[in-house]
Design a protein. Structure first.
Length: 266
C-alpha cells in the first residue's frame, strides 16, 4: 500500500475541513492513524492568539477553521531543494530537519502559521509506533507560489517513474534479498491508502499523488542497498538518479496537495 507524509495528509484533510468537504473526526483519524494522539505546541511568536493548551489535532483543525484560514499549503523541503520554505530562518531550519511542514494563513494577521512535526518512532517493524508533536511557529507573510502545476508534475512523473523502475530492476533486489519480493509487489501494484486523501480530491491530483507515492516508495526500496554486483561508479550514478527522481516526486506531491493555490487558467 502506498501512502503520503503526515504533513501531506494534514494539509489535504485540513483543507477539506476548512472548506467543508471533509468532517473533523474523519480528518483527525486520517492524520493520526495508528500513532499515539498527536500533540500540538503553540510557539510564543505564533501570530494571533494561540490555540488551547494542551492542544491536539482535533483542536488544531478547529482553531484553523474558526480563524477563517484559507486552504493549507504543503512543503517538503530537503537540503539542496528548499522550495516552499515559509521563513524566517528558524522556521526554515525546523522544517528542513523534519523534511515537511504545513503553512496556514489566518486572515487579517501579519504573518502565517507553520506547522512542523517532530516524530519519535518506537516499537519494532512488527509493532511500530510513533509519538508526534506539531509545533505551530510564526512564519513569514505569503510569497509567490513556488511549486509546479499539477499538469507539469504529471508529465515529469512519467519519466521519473520509468527511471526509478529501471534503477530498481537493475539492482535486482528480489534476487539477493528474500524480504524484497513482497515489498516490490506492494509498491508495483498497490494504491494509495484509502484515507490518504479527503473526499472530493480532484481526479488528476489523486492520480499524481498515487504516482508520486509509488516513485518515492521505489526510491526508498532501491536506495536501501547498492547490491553486491555493482561497481562504486554504478552505485554513485544510481544514487544520483534516485535523488533526482525523488525530487520530482516530492515536487509533484506538493503541487497536487497545493493545487487549490494554482492561478486560474484562461
Amino acid at each position: 500500500m502506498l501512502d503520503l507524509p503526515r504533513s501531506a495528509r494534514l494539509a489535504a484533510w485540513g483543507t477539506g475541513v476548512i472548506t467543508g468537504a471533509a468532517g473533523l473526526e474523519a480528518a483527525v483519524a486520517a492524520v493520526v492513524r495508528d500513532d499515539e494522539p498527536h500533540a500540538v505546541r503553540w510557539a510564543e511568536d505564533a501570530p494571533a492568539a494561540p490555540g488551547p493548551d494542551p492542544c491536539d489535532v482535533r483542536a488544531l483543525l478547529a482553531v484553523l477553521s474558526a480563524a477563517g484560514c484559507g486552504p493549507l499549503l504543503l512543503a517538503l523541503p530537503v537540503p539542496g531543494d528548499p522550495r516552499g520554505l515559509p521563513g524566517p530562518a528558524a522556521v526554515n531550519v525546523a522544517a528542513l530537519e523534519a523534511g515537511e511542514c504545513v503553512v496556514a494563513e489566518p486572515p487579517g494577521v501579519a504573518g502565517r502559521w507553520a506547522l512542523v512535526p517532530e516524530v519519535r518512532e518506537f516499537g519494532s517493524v512488527w509493532e511500530p509506533g510513533a509519538v508526534v508533536t506539531w509545533s505551530v511557529l510564526g512564519a513569514a507573510p505569503r510569497r509567490a507560489p513556488e511549486s509546479s502545476s499539477v499538469a507539469d508534475s504529471e508529465r515529469e512523473l512519467r519519466l521519473a517513474l520509468a527511471t526509478a523502475t529501471q534503477a530498481l530492476a537493475a539492482l535486482d533486489v528480489a534476487r539477493w534479498r528474500e524480504d524484497a519480493a513482497d515489498r516490490i509487489a506492494a509498491v508495483r501494484d498497490g494504491g494509495l491508502a484509502r484515507d490518504a486523501l479527503p473526499p472530493g480530491t480532484a481526479p488528476r491530483a489523486a492520480r499524481v499523488l498515487q504516482t508520486a507515492a509509488r516513485v518515492l516508495a521505489i526510491v526508498e526500496l532501491a536506495g536501501e542497498d547498492d547490491g553486491a554486483a555493482v561497481t562504486s561508479f554504478e552505485a554513485a550514478s544510481r544514487a544520483q538518479a534516485l535523488r533526482e527522481v525523488a525530487a520530482v516526486a516530492r515536487r509533484a506531491v506538493v503541487a497536487a496537495v497545493n493545487a487549490h493555490a494554482e492561478p486560474a487558467r484562461p
